[in-house]
Design a protein. Structure first.
Length: 274
C-alpha cells in the first residue's frame, strides 16, 4: 500500500512538472529568441546554442519608441481599472445589500454583454470615435477598456460583497451611518483582498488587449499591442525584434504578478472558508 502511494506521489509530481514545463516553454522560447539575430530566429531548424545579442532590445527601446507605448499601456490599463472600480463598487454594493426582484436578471444581462464579439460593434464604435475625435487617442481606449472589463469587475465584487456579514452593516445603519460611509469605511476595508485581486485582473486584461488597440489607434494612442504588431511589415516578420518587443511588453505584468501573487491568492480565496 505504501509503495503504491509512493508511486502515485511520484506520478503526480512528474505530471505537475510536465504541465509546468509545457506552460513555461513558450515563455522560455520567447525570451531565448529575443537574444538571437533575425536570421537565427527565422532559421528552419531551432537553434539553442548561439552567441546572444542585445541588438533587438536596443532596436525596440531606442529606435521604436518603447517608452511611448508602455506609457499609453499604463494609462489605458490603470485609468480604465479605476473607472471600473468607481462604477463597479456601488453597483455590486447595491445589488448585494439592496436587492430587488430584477437583481438576478440585471446580473445576467451584465454578464451577457461579454458574449457579444468585439468585431460585431467595431464599425459603429469606429464611426462614433471618429466623430468624437477619439481615434488614435489613449483616452478613447480607456473608455473601451472600462466598458470591456466592467461586467467582470461587477461580478467579482458581487461575489466578494456577498460574503460580508450583513449584521455589520445593520449595526452601522443603526449608528446612523450613511450609504457612502458604509461603502468607504466598512465594505471596502473588509473586502480589500478581493478588491486588489479584481483590480489586478482588470489591469492584466486591459494590458493584454490587442483588438481595440490595433483598430482604434495608430501612433499617438497606441499601446504595447500595437508596438509588438509593428514588427510585422511588408518586408516580412522580424522574429527576433518581435520576441524582444513581446518580452518587454509582458515583463511589467510578470513582475507585478510575481510581487502581488500572495495578495492575488488571498483575493481569489476570499470568503471561501468561514
Amino acid at each position: 500500500m505504501n509503495r503504491l502511494s509512493l508511486k502515485q506521489k511520484i506520478g503526480i509530481n512528474i505530471l505537475a512538472y510536465l504541465v509546468c514545463f509545457l506552460m513555461f516553454f513558450p515563455i522560455f522560447w520567447l525570451v531565448l529568441t529575443s537574444f538571437k539575430t533575425n536570421t537565427l530566429a527565422s532559421a528552419l531548424h531551432p537553434v539553442f546554442f548561439f552567441t546572444p545579442t542585445l541588438h533587438s532590445y536596443i532596436d525596440a527601446i531606442v529606435n521604436n519608441n518603447y517608452l511611448h507605448y508602455i506609457g499609453n499601456s499604463l494609462i489605458s490599463s490603470v485609468v480604465s481599472t479605476l473607472i471600473c472600480l468607481l462604477l463597479g463598487i456601488p453597483a455590486a454594493y447595491s445589488m448585494v445589500f439592496h436587492r430587488t426582484r430584477r437583481t438576478d436578471f440585471t446580473l445576467l444581462w451584465i454578464l451577457s454583454t461579454k458574449m457579444l464579439p468585439a468585431v460585431g460593434v467595431l464599425v459603429p464604435i469606429y464611426v462614433v470615435y471618429n466623430r468624437l475625435h477619439l481615434l488614435d487617442n489613449v483616452f478613447g481606449l480607456v473608455f473601451i477598456y472600462a466598458a470591456m472589463n466592467l461586467p467582470i469587475v461587477i461580478w467579482l465584487l458581487y461575489t466578494y460583497f456577498k460574503d460580508l456579514p450583513k449584521e455589520i452593516l445593520e449595526a452601522a445603519r443603526t449608528d446612523g451611518a450613511s450609504m457612502l460611509v458604509e461603502i468607504v469605511r466598512i465594505v471596502i476595508p473588509l473586502t480589500m483582498p478581493g478588491l486588489l485581486s479584481t483590480a489586478l485582473l482588470a489591469i492584466v486584461l486591459a494590458w493584454n488587449e490587442a483588438f481595440w488597440a490595433i483598430n482604434l489607434t495608430n501612433v499617438h494612442g497606441a499601446t504595447l499591442s500595437v508596438f509588438v504588431s509593428g514588427f510585422k511589415s511588408s518586408r516580412g516578420q522580424f522574429w527576433a525584434n518581435m520576441a524582444a518587443g513581446s518580452t518587454l511588453a509582458v515583463l511589467p505584468i510578470l513582475i507585478a504578478g510575481w510581487f502581488t501573487q500572495r495578495q492575488l491568492v488571498r483575493g481569489l480565496t476570499f470568503g471561501a472558508v468561514k
